[in-house]
Design a protein around this ligand. Sequence first.
Ligand code: 5AD
Ligand code: SF4
Length: 475
Amino acid sequence: MNSTTNGGKDAAKSVAKDAAPIPLIRKPAAGTSAGPPGSASKTACIRTFGCQMNVHDSDRMRRMIRDAGYAEVQSYEEADLVILNTCYVRENAVDRVRGHLGELNRLKREGRVKKIALTGCIGAASEAQQLEKQYGIDLVLGTHNTYELAEFVGLPGMEETYTPELPGTEGEHSAFVTIMTGCNYKCSYCVVPSVRGRMVCRPTENVVEEVRRLVGSGTRYVTLLGQTVDAWRAPDGSGKRFCDLLERVADEAPRVWFTTSHPSNMEDRTLRLIGEKDTIVGRLHLPVQSGSDRMLKVMHRGYKSERYRRKIEVFRESVPDGTLSTDIIVGHPGETERDHEETLRLVEDCSFDSAYVFKFSPRRGTEAAALSAEPEGAVPEDVAQRRFVEVLRAVEQNAFRRNRRKIGLVEEIYVRHGRSGGPNEESLGKAVGETWSGHAVHVRTGAGAGRYVTAKIEEAGPHVLYAGETLGPPS
Ligand code: 5AD
Ligand code: SF4
């Protein structure tokens, strides 16, 4: 861990100690949840920014506040306690959080919000100290000490109970299961290693047990999570790798996906397993970042574009109808027109089904931020913007072409966001589902989340498919 992390964590700790717990009128026993909204005397609102890891951390915090007798509300105005669980990965993420903090600070001065907590990756960064003063934040927590929120809301001694392994979403139709935290890479542009620390992997049995428990309580879709999920190794020294764990989980859960992977860790046998196991969704998210070997080296990604292309070949062979997504950064310091063209070539060759394209954002303390501060180091904004649009267009054209190939096929669709309570004018056409090939589909059904429906794909856009009437009842 570098000095940024230590600074951030120490800051977080000292604030947590000084913060007085919010007194509770009625404190339920740990492990029980608060009564229905309205019966609780306190209210809390959690806003989540960023990746699935943060969504999962928010689930854990949600459990703590419920156990502490808080009712969860959706708007700041109704909340006694507001928790912003934040992302630090790009500057615009921080700008968004600043906007929310400004509003919260005003509501607090008007007496409408009582306490503000800042958690997640900004909480772990040294910038948190300045934000804390500027916006009157009551509690700052990093990513390693989220459990301290329990103490803050009046639940003593929760360190053992609210471990990072605690599932937040038992009983829900889909659940995240964190199998590793942190990252051992040092990509030039990335702030994650300094805010999330080095890799820590969970033991196999621990993960499998959690999956069993979730499935037993009704979970139908398990997503394995980690910053570099495929870097997972059994901590018992048995030599077991991610593929072995994925296979165990795929034997337990009816539907499985995983994110985010790193090309250097991705084994061919994992790619083959995706095609072989009918419980694994045929969707691979494999960030490439650039198509230029020169840039991949500057970025310290640890692979060349050739390796990436080979991996994609294996994936396409193993899962012919599968979906492939990636992350691409344009405008990293030193990126030339030629590097950019190589990225466009890779986009063409890999025919991504979707991509998250980012303009480089200098993050304090990273190697790339120092490079961008050098004379001639930064790529001019107008150049970065043009490259951004060019990559985005290339991805969309490919995706649109591939999506159109699905038209006319009958697909089994897992409803991710639906409306239970039966079909009616409102809910019909509003469900968003996912095929086994990992395509997002809009489907007209009243089936609730977690159910399967079958329908024919009638239309396709660059980002989503549209299904017609469902065939038969949901399962
Ligand atoms: N600037 C732009 N994009 C970034 N990412 C990470 N750090 C930066 C940065 N400083 C992108 C990478 C990563 C994704 C989560 O965010 O593409 O894969
Ligand atoms: Fe960041 Fe991913 Fe690189 Fe780790 S592997 S430093 S999380 S971009």
